[in-house]
Design a binder for this molecule. Structure first.
Ligand code: F6R
Length: 241
Protein backbone atom coordinates (compact mmCIF):
# COMPACT_ATOMS: atom_id res chain seq x y z
CA UNK A 1 0.00 0.00 0.00
CA UNK A 2 1.27 3.43 -0.93
CA UNK A 3 0.19 6.39 1.24
CA UNK A 4 0.50 9.82 -0.34
CA UNK A 5 0.06 12.81 1.99
CA UNK A 6 -0.52 16.10 0.21
CA UNK A 7 -0.67 19.62 1.65
CA UNK A 8 -4.27 20.37 0.81
CA UNK A 9 -7.39 19.18 -0.96
CA UNK A 10 -6.42 20.72 -4.32
CA UNK A 11 -3.16 18.77 -4.34
CA UNK A 12 -5.01 15.59 -3.36
CA UNK A 13 -7.37 16.03 -6.30
CA UNK A 14 -4.48 16.60 -8.74
CA UNK A 15 -2.76 13.43 -7.51
CA UNK A 16 -5.93 11.35 -7.85
CA UNK A 17 -6.63 12.86 -11.28
CA UNK A 18 -3.07 11.91 -12.33
CA UNK A 19 -3.78 8.27 -11.44
CA UNK A 20 -7.06 8.26 -13.35
CA UNK A 21 -5.55 10.10 -16.32
CA UNK A 22 -2.66 7.64 -16.62
CA UNK A 23 -5.10 4.73 -16.97
CA UNK A 24 -7.55 6.61 -19.21
CA UNK A 25 -4.80 7.53 -21.68
CA UNK A 26 -4.06 3.80 -22.09
CA UNK A 27 -7.59 3.45 -23.55
CA UNK A 28 -10.81 1.56 -22.75
CA UNK A 29 -10.60 2.15 -19.01
CA UNK A 30 -13.24 0.82 -16.65
CA UNK A 31 -13.57 3.38 -13.86
CA UNK A 32 -15.16 2.81 -10.46
CA UNK A 33 -16.70 6.08 -9.33
CA UNK A 34 -17.55 7.09 -5.78
CA UNK A 35 -19.97 9.82 -4.73
CA UNK A 36 -20.16 11.89 -1.55
CA UNK A 37 -18.23 15.14 -1.32
CA UNK A 38 -14.66 13.79 -1.36
CA UNK A 39 -14.25 13.01 -5.09
CA UNK A 40 -16.02 16.12 -6.39
CA UNK A 41 -12.79 18.11 -6.72
CA UNK A 42 -11.19 15.22 -8.59
CA UNK A 43 -14.12 15.16 -11.03
CA UNK A 44 -13.75 18.91 -11.55
CA UNK A 45 -10.02 18.48 -12.21
CA UNK A 46 -10.69 15.66 -14.69
CA UNK A 47 -13.26 17.88 -16.40
CA UNK A 48 -10.64 20.62 -16.70
CA UNK A 49 -8.14 18.20 -18.20
CA UNK A 50 -10.80 17.05 -20.66
CA UNK A 51 -11.50 20.62 -21.80
CA UNK A 52 -7.98 22.01 -21.72
CA UNK A 53 -5.70 19.02 -22.22
CA UNK A 54 -7.68 16.77 -24.58
CA UNK A 55 -8.15 14.02 -22.04
CA UNK A 56 -10.89 11.89 -23.58
CA UNK A 57 -13.14 9.45 -21.75
CA UNK A 58 -14.96 8.41 -24.92
CA UNK A 59 -13.76 4.81 -24.69
CA UNK A 60 -14.29 4.51 -20.92
CA UNK A 61 -16.97 2.75 -18.94
CA UNK A 62 -17.90 3.62 -15.37
CA UNK A 63 -19.56 1.76 -12.50
CA UNK A 64 -21.00 3.43 -9.40
CA UNK A 65 -20.15 2.12 -5.97
CA UNK A 66 -23.60 2.42 -4.47
CA UNK A 67 -27.07 3.93 -4.58
CA UNK A 68 -29.90 4.85 -2.22
CA UNK A 69 -32.87 2.49 -2.28
CA UNK A 70 -36.16 4.17 -3.13
CA UNK A 71 -34.88 7.57 -4.29
CA UNK A 72 -36.13 8.29 -7.80
CA UNK A 73 -33.27 8.14 -10.31
CA UNK A 74 -33.85 11.81 -11.15
CA UNK A 75 -33.72 12.94 -7.49
CA UNK A 76 -30.74 15.33 -7.27
CA UNK A 77 -29.20 13.23 -4.46
CA UNK A 78 -29.56 9.86 -6.16
CA UNK A 79 -26.01 8.78 -6.94
CA UNK A 80 -27.04 8.23 -10.55
CA UNK A 81 -27.90 11.97 -10.74
CA UNK A 82 -24.80 13.06 -8.83
CA UNK A 83 -22.47 11.16 -11.19
CA UNK A 84 -24.39 12.47 -14.23
CA UNK A 85 -24.08 16.10 -13.17
CA UNK A 86 -20.73 16.15 -11.32
CA UNK A 87 -18.75 13.75 -13.53
CA UNK A 88 -20.37 12.73 -16.82
CA UNK A 89 -21.51 16.25 -17.71
CA UNK A 90 -17.91 17.51 -17.37
CA UNK A 91 -16.37 14.99 -19.77
CA UNK A 92 -17.11 13.05 -22.98
CA UNK A 93 -18.02 9.65 -21.53
CA UNK A 94 -20.98 7.97 -23.23
CA UNK A 95 -23.87 8.22 -20.71
CA UNK A 96 -24.90 4.68 -21.72
CA UNK A 97 -21.48 3.45 -20.61
CA UNK A 98 -22.26 4.38 -16.98
CA UNK A 99 -23.96 1.77 -14.83
CA UNK A 100 -25.15 1.86 -11.24
CA UNK A 101 -27.51 -0.13 -9.05
CA UNK A 102 -31.11 0.85 -9.82
CA UNK A 103 -32.56 1.96 -6.51
CA UNK A 104 -36.07 1.86 -7.93
CA UNK A 105 -35.94 -1.74 -9.14
CA UNK A 106 -39.01 -3.83 -8.29
CA UNK A 107 -36.76 -6.72 -7.25
CA UNK A 108 -33.83 -5.16 -5.41
CA UNK A 109 -32.05 -8.46 -4.73
CA UNK A 110 -32.18 -9.39 -8.44
CA UNK A 111 -30.90 -5.92 -9.34
CA UNK A 112 -27.95 -6.31 -6.96
CA UNK A 113 -27.08 -9.64 -8.58
CA UNK A 114 -27.41 -8.13 -12.07
CA UNK A 115 -25.14 -5.27 -11.12
CA UNK A 116 -22.44 -7.42 -9.60
CA UNK A 117 -22.48 -9.64 -12.71
CA UNK A 118 -22.30 -6.59 -15.01
CA UNK A 119 -19.12 -5.42 -13.31
CA UNK A 120 -17.53 -8.85 -13.75
CA UNK A 121 -18.74 -9.09 -17.37
CA UNK A 122 -17.10 -5.74 -18.17
CA UNK A 123 -13.73 -7.33 -17.43
CA UNK A 124 -13.58 -5.66 -14.03
CA UNK A 125 -12.79 -2.20 -12.75
CA UNK A 126 -9.33 -0.80 -13.56
CA UNK A 127 -9.26 2.10 -11.11
CA UNK A 128 -11.69 2.24 -8.20
CA UNK A 129 -12.06 5.56 -6.39
CA UNK A 130 -13.11 5.20 -2.75
CA UNK A 131 -14.06 7.71 -0.09
CA UNK A 132 -14.27 6.62 3.53
CA UNK A 133 -17.04 7.14 6.05
CA UNK A 134 -16.27 8.50 9.51
CA UNK A 135 -17.27 5.01 10.79
CA UNK A 136 -14.81 3.32 8.42
CA UNK A 137 -17.25 2.34 5.67
CA UNK A 138 -16.28 2.08 2.01
CA UNK A 139 -19.07 2.00 -0.51
CA UNK A 140 -21.89 1.67 1.98
CA UNK A 141 -20.37 -1.35 3.66
CA UNK A 142 -21.07 -0.35 7.22
CA UNK A 143 -19.22 -1.84 10.22
CA UNK A 144 -20.02 -5.54 10.53
CA UNK A 145 -20.08 -6.07 6.76
CA UNK A 146 -18.75 -9.38 5.53
CA UNK A 147 -15.25 -9.00 4.15
CA UNK A 148 -16.23 -11.18 1.18
CA UNK A 149 -19.64 -9.56 0.54
CA UNK A 150 -21.07 -8.93 -2.93
CA UNK A 151 -23.44 -6.18 -4.08
CA UNK A 152 -26.45 -6.19 -1.77
CA UNK A 153 -28.79 -4.07 0.35
CA UNK A 154 -27.43 -2.53 3.54
CA UNK A 155 -29.00 -0.42 6.27
CA UNK A 156 -27.18 2.83 6.97
CA UNK A 157 -26.00 3.46 10.51
CA UNK A 158 -27.37 6.46 12.36
CA UNK A 159 -23.94 8.05 12.11
CA UNK A 160 -23.82 7.75 8.31
CA UNK A 161 -27.37 9.10 7.99
CA UNK A 162 -26.33 12.07 10.17
CA UNK A 163 -23.15 12.57 8.12
CA UNK A 164 -25.16 12.55 4.88
CA UNK A 165 -28.00 14.75 6.14
CA UNK A 166 -26.09 17.75 4.76
CA UNK A 167 -27.00 16.66 1.23
CA UNK A 168 -30.74 16.68 1.97
CA UNK A 169 -33.25 19.30 3.14
CA UNK A 170 -33.76 17.43 6.41
CA UNK A 171 -32.16 14.47 8.19
CA UNK A 172 -35.43 12.53 7.92
CA UNK A 173 -35.11 12.53 4.15
CA UNK A 174 -31.90 10.46 4.15
CA UNK A 175 -32.94 6.96 3.04
CA UNK A 176 -32.37 4.13 5.50
CA UNK A 177 -31.41 1.58 2.86
CA UNK A 178 -28.80 1.49 0.14
CA UNK A 179 -27.44 -0.91 -2.44
CA UNK A 180 -23.69 -1.18 -2.38
CA UNK A 181 -20.93 -3.08 -4.06
CA UNK A 182 -19.73 -5.57 -1.46
CA UNK A 183 -16.25 -5.59 0.00
CA UNK A 184 -15.49 -8.69 -2.08
CA UNK A 185 -16.73 -6.89 -5.20
CA UNK A 186 -14.59 -3.82 -4.47
CA UNK A 187 -11.51 -5.96 -3.85
CA UNK A 188 -11.73 -7.31 -7.42
CA UNK A 189 -10.87 -3.91 -8.89
CA UNK A 190 -7.27 -3.86 -10.11
CA UNK A 191 -6.26 -0.60 -8.41
CA UNK A 192 -7.95 0.87 -5.33
CA UNK A 193 -7.51 4.60 -4.72
CA UNK A 194 -8.80 5.59 -1.30
CA UNK A 195 -9.15 9.33 -0.79
CA UNK A 196 -9.76 11.14 2.51
CA UNK A 197 -9.92 14.84 3.35
CA UNK A 198 -10.01 16.54 6.72
CA UNK A 199 -9.52 15.66 10.37
CA UNK A 200 -12.99 14.15 10.56
CA UNK A 201 -11.63 11.16 8.64
CA UNK A 202 -8.35 10.85 10.58
CA UNK A 203 -9.40 8.14 13.03
CA UNK A 204 -11.17 6.00 10.44
CA UNK A 205 -8.20 6.33 8.09
CA UNK A 206 -5.66 5.33 10.74
CA UNK A 207 -7.78 2.32 11.72
CA UNK A 208 -8.04 1.32 8.07
CA UNK A 209 -4.37 1.38 7.21
CA UNK A 210 -2.71 0.71 10.59
CA UNK A 211 -5.36 -1.13 12.60
CA UNK A 212 -6.24 -4.81 12.46
CA UNK A 213 -8.14 -6.21 9.50
CA UNK A 214 -11.64 -6.23 10.96
CA UNK A 215 -15.27 -6.10 9.90
CA UNK A 216 -15.70 -3.38 12.53
CA UNK A 217 -13.64 -1.15 10.21
CA UNK A 218 -14.69 -2.24 6.70
CA UNK A 219 -12.10 -0.04 4.95
CA UNK A 220 -9.36 -2.12 6.59
CA UNK A 221 -10.10 -4.68 3.89
CA UNK A 222 -7.87 -2.64 1.57
CA UNK A 223 -4.94 -4.18 3.47
CA UNK A 224 -5.66 -7.43 1.60
CA UNK A 225 -5.39 -5.83 -1.86
CA UNK A 226 -2.11 -5.92 -3.79
CA UNK A 227 -2.42 -2.46 -5.40
CA UNK A 228 -3.73 0.33 -3.18
CA UNK A 229 -2.95 4.04 -3.23
CA UNK A 230 -4.22 6.12 -0.30
CA UNK A 231 -4.24 9.85 -1.06
CA UNK A 232 -4.96 12.16 1.86
CA UNK A 233 -4.47 15.72 3.06
CA UNK A 234 -2.64 16.64 6.26
CA UNK A 235 -5.86 16.63 8.29
CA UNK A 236 -6.89 13.11 7.29
CA UNK A 237 -3.31 11.95 7.88
CA UNK A 238 -3.13 13.48 11.37
CA UNK A 239 -3.79 10.24 13.31
CA UNK A 240 -1.30 8.11 11.36
CA UNK A 241 1.59 6.81 13.42
C1 F6R B 1 -20.23 7.15 -1.74
C2 F6R B 1 -19.59 6.19 -0.87
C3 F6R B 1 -19.25 6.49 0.54
C4 F6R B 1 -18.53 7.82 0.69
C5 F6R B 1 -18.27 8.10 2.17
C6 F6R B 1 -17.56 9.41 2.37
O1 F6R B 1 -20.39 6.59 -3.04
O2 F6R B 1 -19.37 5.11 -1.32
O3 F6R B 1 -18.44 5.48 1.03
O4 F6R B 1 -17.33 7.79 -0.02
O5 F6R B 1 -19.48 8.10 2.85
O6 F6R B 1 -18.42 10.45 2.00
P1 F6R B 1 -17.89 11.95 1.88
O7 F6R B 1 -16.92 11.96 0.75
O8 F6R B 1 -19.12 12.75 1.57
O9 F6R B 1 -17.26 12.28 3.18
Amino acid sequence: MEIVIRDDAAAVHRTVADIVERRVRQGAAVLGVATGSTPLGTYRELGRRHREEALSFASCRAFLLDEYVGLPGNHPQSYRSVIATEFAAEIDIDPDAIDGPNGEAADIAAECARYDAAITASGGVDVQLLGIGSDGHIGFNEPGSSLVSRTRVKTLTRRTREDNARFFDSADEVPHHVMTQGLGTILEARHLVLVALGEGKAEALAASVEGPLAASCPASVIQMHPHVTVVVDEGAASALG
